[in-house]
Design a protein around this ligand. Structure first.
Ligand code: ATP
Ligand code: MG
Length: 748
């Protein structure tokens, strides 16, 4: 092998690189600044990205908006550090939050030409990394005390709740588990739970001391006579503790892992940060990337403060900001900027205006439907059209707020014969065909009549195909929805095998089975070809050509529990997080983004309205045409708010002509004058003042300033009778006020 003659082009704390010129593309190519030869081509990065990639070893923080290449930057940085010999691939630990994004990191590393080396970089979720480490170090810290992972947490919570007579209704149990998980992720012990609630301004779902007791009971129940049961959070805690309390463990670990990378750093929990700190010790070889405006896991205890405070903690850090969005068309970028532009608070203060770099694409579309099944059918039809016109199904996603929403789309796609996969829904590894396949592969692995060379490398791919044929895998895709689903799952296993062999041509069947086990434990399924159905949370960090954001009604996005029953905001911070979720959703799309909502769950009376976050974003013509379309299908036509354009659902709002929560330019003096007139008129005619005009009607007049009969007739509550009887007097009052308003405006 040729010996590399790299004279260090970046590790030597080479300050000049950080101040690269901005604009245009960096053509650093293969020849490095100081004449050394790099194995990695950085020509497909912009100057700021290059600055982060080539920053000296040490703390690096990439703080940037969606789609600006944060993940790309860290994969290049890892590849750069490796190809320059600063670290060995197996000394790098890159962590992400979901197994899908860990998989994405691995795939992107592979695509950088690292092949075998990419497979040796540890790109894992926090949980998967901790699980591996704890398995390895456990004998050193707990001798032969047995432990195993908790299979299911809910039954434990039920038992703990029963002990203290707390409710064991399914919703309560889920809420209790949510609290336990939040407390553990926030490093709050059962005894401190009650006090911590106030400090975190968190509303407990049940009586706080009862929750604390259930939490305490849950922890106690995990110490069984047969050994310890550990949940996912315990994995992190125990791993951190092993490093913190056992110098030999810390030495061994730190001797091995030298370089740490965290993607999506805005969503760190205190528990994850504690583990990261334990990994680091007093070292600072840490690259983090994140976007505070994509913080969407606060309810689990995640906080953007570690990202926002990074350069305070590491004053020497190289901080890079990226604004150019490479993922999406300018149309998608513009919508994203508008969605997040309305955000408020500290996090919002860090947002950057994204600048779209891709060629123009279609305008985002907005569609309103009478009910959810109609919406789902229409979305499935549009997906069928996209597929028919060349967009691969795997490049399309339907994103929703809560997993329960997937059902309607599963049904509509099944009816349309469109393959799909549900993210975070059914467990890939629990599917019958996958279990049969793994079983068959194990049987093949244990055969002693096969030559060794057929079990590894390219030959192994054929062996896997032949083995899967025994459980029904065919060379071509079969017809029929269920048969196709089955086939797609098996096909995903074949593709995974091919990919892994591509990385490591010495991989054997035992290695493949081990990888499948690790993936099953970490919940990391291989990619199945088909439309992705996922919650907005699960879509973080991912991208597709076409994205359908569905079910965008108030009460879904934003979710109902951040609102009071009358629609006013109950929790302003949580409302901002909901807005960020929509921002995350929009920014997943490369080319096409379609936003839709339905006015009712099932056919019948409208009960919902469009998400408040779409206020000002929906071109009225498109909303109107969709409502008309809903009408033709027998859906209801509703009056809409003149400020935000959403459908008006209650009588008060309908009379006002706007949502009561929408801002309006109300002239208080005009309203007072109209009220005076109404009182006089009622007295004069000896009728009830409300028979002259309702206060809502007067308010609408004081907001809308009608100065002719037509405009006055458009005010709700003014029919022909009132127009004839009181129209002239009302108009005279408004006109006298608008004259004086003009005069005042003229003087300014
Ligand atoms: P998110 O905030 O959603 O996690 P991100 O900042 O991590 O986004 P990436 O996923 O790394 O962004 O990049 C978005 C897309 O833009 C990817 O398809 C990536 O390959 C592409 N991309 C990134 N940087 C460049 C570049 N300099 N030139 C061309 N394409 C790029
Ligand atoms: Mg990313």
């Amino acid at each position: 092998m040729q010996r590399r003659t790299v004279t260090d082009c970046s590790a030597g704390r080479f300050a000049g690189l950080v101040g690269l010129p901005t604009g245009g593309r960096a053509r650093v190519g293969r020849r490095c600044h100081d004449g050394g030869v790099c194995a990695l081509d950085l020509a497909d990065l912009d100057p700021e990205q290059v600055a982060a990639v080539r920053a000296p070893r040490g703390p690096v923080c990439v703080l940037a908006g969606a789609g600006t290449g944060k993940t790309r930057t860290i994969t290049h940085r890892i590849a750069h550090l490796i190809s320059h010999g600063h670290v060995r691939p197996d000394q790098v630990l890159a962590v992400t939050f979901t197994s899908r994004s860990a998989g994405e990191l691995r795939t992107r590393l592979r695509s950088l030409g690292l092949r075998g080396a990419a497979a040796r970089v540890q790109a894992r979720t926090f949980h998967a990394a901790a699980l591996r480490q704890l398995r390895y170090f456990w004998p050193q810290v707990a001798a032969d005390m047995p432990w195993r992972l908790v299979d299911a947490k809910l039954p434990l919570v039920v038992r703990a709740a029963n002990r203290v007579r707390a409710s064991t209704a399914p919703d309560s149990v889920r809420d209790l588990l949510g609290e336990i998980e939040w407390a553990k992720a926030s490093l709050i012990a059962p005894d401190d739970y009650v006090a911590a609630l106030a400090a975190h301004r968190r509303e407990p779902p049940l009586d706080a001391s009862l929750v604390a007791e259930v939490y305490d009971g849950y922890e106690t129940l995990k110490a069984t006579p047969d050994g310890l049961l550990l949940d996912f959070d315990d994995l992190l805690l125990h791993t951190a503790a092993a490093l913190e309390n056992h110098p030999a463990v810390a030495d061994e670990f730190r001797g091995h892992y030298r370089s740490f990378v965290v993607d999506e750093y805005q969503d760190m929990t205190p528990l994850q940060q504690r583990l990261l700190d334990a990994w680091l010790g007093d070292r600072d070889d840490l690259t983090v990337v994140g976007d505070a405006n994509q913080t969407i896991y606060s309810f689990t205890g995640a906080t953007p403060r570690y990202l926002l405070d990074f350069s305070r903690r590491f004053p020497d850090a190289t901080v890079v900001r990226l604004e150019r969005n490479y993922r999406s068309t300018p149309q998608v970028v513009s919508l994203a900027n508008q969605v997040i532009g309305a955000a408020r608070g500290r996090v919002a203060g860090t947002r950057l205006q994204l600048i779209g770099q891709r060629p123009e694409g279609p305008e985002p579309t907005f569609a309103e439907y009478a009910d959810v099944p109609t919406e789902a059918t229409a979305v499935a039809a549009e997906i069928a059209t996209l597929i028919a016109t060349g967009t691969p199904a795997a490049e399309i996603a339907v994103l929703y707020r809560i997993n329960a929403q997937s059902e309607s789309y599963e049904q509509a796609l099944t009816e349309g014969g469109i393959p799909y996969q549900v993210r975070g829904g059914e467990n890939f590894f629990a599917r019958v065909e996958v279990q049969q396949a793994v079983h068959a592969l194990r049987a093949t692995a244990s055969r002693d009549d096969l030559p060794d060379r057929s079990r590894r490398g390219e030959a192994m791919v054929s062996l896997v195909r032949a083995t899967l044929a025994s459980v029904g895998f065919t060379a071509t895709e079969p017809a029929g929805t269920r048969a196709r689903e089955r086939w797609s799952a098996l096909q995903a296993l074949v593709r995974l095998t091919e990919e892994m062999v591509g990385d490591d041509d010495r991989l054997d069947l035992t290695g493949l089975l081990r990888e499948l086990e690790v993936r099953a434990a970490a919940g990391h399924p291989p990619t199945v070809q088909g439309v992705t159905l996922a919650s907005l949370h699960a879509a973080k960090g991912l991208e597709w050509d076409a994205v359908f954001l569905v079910g965008l009604s108030d009460g879904a996005v934003p979710i109902a529990h951040v609102l009071h029953s009358n629609g006013s905001v109950a929790d302003a911070a949580a409302l901002e997080e909901e807005r960020r979720l929509l921002y995350v959703g929009v920014t997943r799309a490369r080319q096409t983004v379609r936003l839709s909502w339905a006015l009712a769950r099932t056919a019948g009376r409208p009960t919902r309205r469009r998400s408040r976050f779409l206020h000002g974003l929906v071109p009225e013509a498109s909303a109107a045409s969709r409502v008309a379309a809903a009408d033709q299908r027998g859906g209801a036509r509703l009056p809409s708010c003149r400020v935000c354009g959403r459908s008006l659902l209650n009588a008060g709002d309908t009379l006002l002509g706007r949502c009561s929560s929408c801002p309006a330019e109300l002239n208080a003096e005009l309203l007072a004058a109209l009220q005076d007139w109404r009182r006089e008129k009622a007295a004069q005619l000896s009728i009830d003042a409300r028979a002259v005009a309702s206060i809502t009607t007067l308010t609408a007049i004081a907001e809308q300033w009608p100065t002719d009969e037509r405009a006055l007739a458009a005010i709700p509550g003014i029919g022909q009778y009132k127009l004839r009887r009181f129209g002239a007097e009302m108009l005279a009052i408004v006109i006298s006020f608008s004259d004086s308003r003009h005069k005042t405006a003229g003087k300014k």
